[in-house]
Design a protein around this ligand. Structure first.
Ligand code: NAP
Ligand code: MG
Length: 489
C-alpha cells in the first residue's frame, strides 16, 4: 500500500504546516500506515483566517446563484470521484466499503447539491409595521469568517454538512477535521478548487483540538463556531467562545432512547433496533443506544435481537460483503471495551463484548455487536455515551414509564418509537425531550429535514432551511420613506 501525502489547504493551495510537522494516519482494520498528514498550529490558523477574511467581501457579494453553481459543480466532481473518496474514507475510519460507497459518499454528494440549490433562496422578509411613512425589512447576512470543527465518525459527511451551508449563504471558513480522520476532509479542498471556489473561501487546517481547534475558537475574527463533537469538548468550546462572545452552533453527544411497544410490527422493530445501534458500528451521535422494550415482549425481543446481532458479518472493511468494519482507533476501541467490562458488572451480557476470533481480525480494532439486558436506566452503560456497537436493553411497562425512562438523560438528540398505534405514537413523540423522533424507522437523513439538538446534546439546528439560517445573522432595517423630519424636540 503506497503512502499518500496530505497537506493543509490554505488560500486555495495545499501547503505544509508552518512548523513542518506531519503524522502518520493508520488503517484501524490492519494497522497499516495509509497516509502521512501535515499538522498545523495556531500560526496556520492565523494564516487561514486572514485568507478567509480577505476572500469574504467578494464571496458574500456574489449572487446566491453563482455560489450555488460552484457547490453543485463540487457535488458533481465528488460524485465522479466517488470510488476514490469511498476507499479513502474506508481506510481512514475503518468503515466498510459498502457503507462508504452507499452512505457516506452519496449522502455527501446529495447534501452538497441541495445546499447549492438552497443558496438560491431569498432568506429575508418584510415586516408590516403600523406606520405608513416607514418600512421594515429584515436581511439574513453571512457572519464573515466562520470556524468549522468536525468529529471523526462521518468525516466526509460532516465536512460537507458544515462547509455546504456556510459557503452557500456567503460565509468564508476555516475547517478542522478530527485528528483521527483528516483525509477525505483535506482532499475535498481539491474538489472545491476544481469546482471554481475562489482561494481563501474554504481553508482546511488539520491539527489537534487543543491547538488548532482552540485557536479557531479563540480567534477574534471568527464570528461563529460550528462544532460537532462530544458534550465534554463542547463545554470547553463554549468557555473559549465566551471570551469574544462568539456565536456558537453546537451539535453534541447523545444516548438516544429507541422505544419498542408490544404492538410494534415485529420485523420492522427488530430491524430498526439493530440498525439504530449498529450503523457505523454505533459510532453515531444519534445511535439508538438505549433500547426500551415493553415487558410483555421483552424476552422474546431480546432473543430475536441477539440472533440478529450474531448473524451480522463483521469483517475486512475492504471486502464488499462485510457489514461491520473496525472501530476508528485503538484508543476508542479500549474505551468501548472498558464500558463492556463496566456492563458485565452492572447488567447481563447477552452476546458480543469481545474481539472476534481469528487471524483476519488480529491486527485490527474489531468488536462483536454487543447486547446487555437487565439494564436499569441509572447504570453507567445507560447514562454514558459509549459510541460503539453496544446496546443497553431496558424493560418498561406502559407509555408513562417509557417516556420517563427515555427523558431521564442529560442528552436530547435522537429518539425512536416503534408502534402500530398512531395515536400512541403522537402522544409519545410530543412528550419526548429530543430534537429528532423517528417513528417506525431510525437513522434516516435528508438534506431537507432539520436536525435539532436539545438539552446537553447542543443548542443548534443543522440541515434543512433551518440549518441554513444558522449560518446567517439577522439584521432588521427600519427605513423612513416619507422624506419628512421627525422633529422630536
Ligand atoms: P470530540 O472528541 O469532541 O472532537 C470533536 C472535534 O473537536 C475534533 O475535531 C477535535 O479535535 C476537536 N477538539 C477537541 N478538543 C478541542 C478543543 N479544546 N477546542 C476545539 N476543538 C477541539 O468528538 P469526537 O470523538 O471526534 O466525536 C464523537 C462525538 O461527537 C460523540 O460525542 C458524538 O455524539 C458527537 N457527534 C455529534 C453529532 C451531532 O450532530 N450532534 C454528530 C456526530 C458526532 P481532535 O480530533 O484533534 O481531538
Ligand atoms: Mg485514521
Amino acid at each position: 500500500m503506497s503512502v499518500r501525502r496530505f497537506r493543509l489547504f490554505v488560500n486555495g493551495r495545499y501547503c505544509p504546516g508552518q512548523e513542518g510537522q506531519t503524522v502518520p494516519c493508520t488503517n484501524p482494520a490492519n494497522g497499516e500506515v495509509v497516509a502521512e498528514v501535515a499538522v498545523g498550529t495556531a500560526a496556520d490558523v492565523d494564516r487561514a483566517v486572514e485568507a478567509a477574511d480577505r476572500a469574504f467581501p467578494a464571496w458574500a457579494d456574489m449572487s446566491g446563484e453563482q455560489r450555488g453553481r460552484i457547490l453543485i459543480r463540487a457535488a458533481e466532481i465528488l460524485g465522479r470521484r466517488a470510488k476514490e473518496f469511498a476507499e479513502l474514507e474506508m481506510l481512514d475510519v475503518g468503515k466498510t466499503i459498502s457503507d462508504t460507497t452507499n452512505i457516506d459518499v452519496p449522502v455527501s454528494v446529495n447534501f452538497l447539491q441541495w445546499y447549492g440549490r438552497a443558496a438560491l433562496d431569498n432568506l429575508g422578509e418584510t415586516i408590516p409595521i403600523p406606520n405608513p411613512k416607514q418600512f421594515d425589512f429584515s436581511l439574513r447576512q453571512p457572519y464573515g469568517v466562520v470556524g468549522l470543527i468536525a468529529p471523526w465518525n462521518f468525516p466526509l459527511v460532516n465536512a460537507v454538512l458544515k462547509s455546504g451551508p456556510a459557503l452557500a449563504v456567503g460565509n468564508t471558513a476555516v475547517m478542522k477535521p478530527a485528528s483521527w480522520t483528516p483525509l477525505t476532509t483535506l482532499l475535498i479542498g481539491e474538489v472545491f478548487a476544481e469546482a471554481g471556489l475562489p482561494p481563501g473561501v474554504l481553508n482546511i487546517v488539520n491539527g489537534s483540538g487543543g491547538v488548532v481547534g482552540e485557536a479557531i475558537c479563540a480567534h477574534p475574527r471568527v464570528r461563529k463556531i460550528f462544532f460537532t463533537g462530544s458534550t465534554e469538548v463542547g463545554r470547553r468550546i463554549l468557555q473559549v467562545a465566551s471570551r469574544n462572545v462568539t456565536d456558537t452552533s453546537m451539535e453534541l453527544g447523545g444516548k438516544s432512547p429507541n422505544i419498542i411497544f408490544a404492538d410494534a410490527d415485529w420485523d420492522q422493530a427488530v430491524a430498526g433496533a439493530a440498525f439504530g445501534i449498529l450503523l457505523n458500528n454505533g459510532q453515531n451521535c444519534i445511535a439508538g443506544s438505549r433500547l426500551l422494550v415493553e415487558r410483555e415482549i421483552h424476552d422474546q425481543f431480546v432473543a430475536a435481537l441477539v440472533s440478529k446481532f450474531k448473524s451480522i458479518r463483521i469483517g475486512d472493511p475492504a471486502d464488499k460483503s462485510s457489514q461491520l468494519g473496525a472501530i476508528v482507533s485503538e484508543s476508542h476501541y479500549r474505551t468501548i471495551m472498558e464500558y463492556v467490562e463496566i456492563g458485565k458488572e452492572e447488567a447481563r451480557l447477552e452476546c458480543g463484548g469481545k474481539h472476534p476470533p481469528g487471524e483476519a481480525f488480529s491486527k485490527g480494532w474489531f468488536i462483536e455487536p454487543t447486547l446487555f439486558s437487565n439494564v436499569s436506566n441509572d447504570m453507567r452503560i445507560a447514562q454514558e455515551e459509549i459510541f460503539g456497537p453496544v446496546l443497553a436493553v431496558i424493560p418498561f411497562a406502559g407509555e408513562d414509564e417509557a417516556v420517563a425512562i427515555a427523558n431521564d438523560t442529560i442528552y436530547g438528540l435522537g429518539s425512536g418509537v416503534f408502534t402500530t398505534d398512531l395515536a400512541k405514537a403522537h402522544r409519545v413523540l410530543r412528550r419526548l425531550e429530543a430534537g429528532t423522533v423517528y417513528v417506525n424507522t431510525y437513522n434516516m437523513v435528508y438534506p431537507q429535514a432539520p436536525f435539532p439538538s436539545w438539552k446537553q446534546s447542543g443548542n443548534a439546528v443543522e440541515r434543512g432551511l433551518h440549518g441554513l439560517l444558522e449560518n446567517t445573522r439577522f439584521k432588521n432595517v427600519i427605513m423612513d420613506v416619507s422624506g419628512q423630519p421627525i422633529d422630536f424636540f
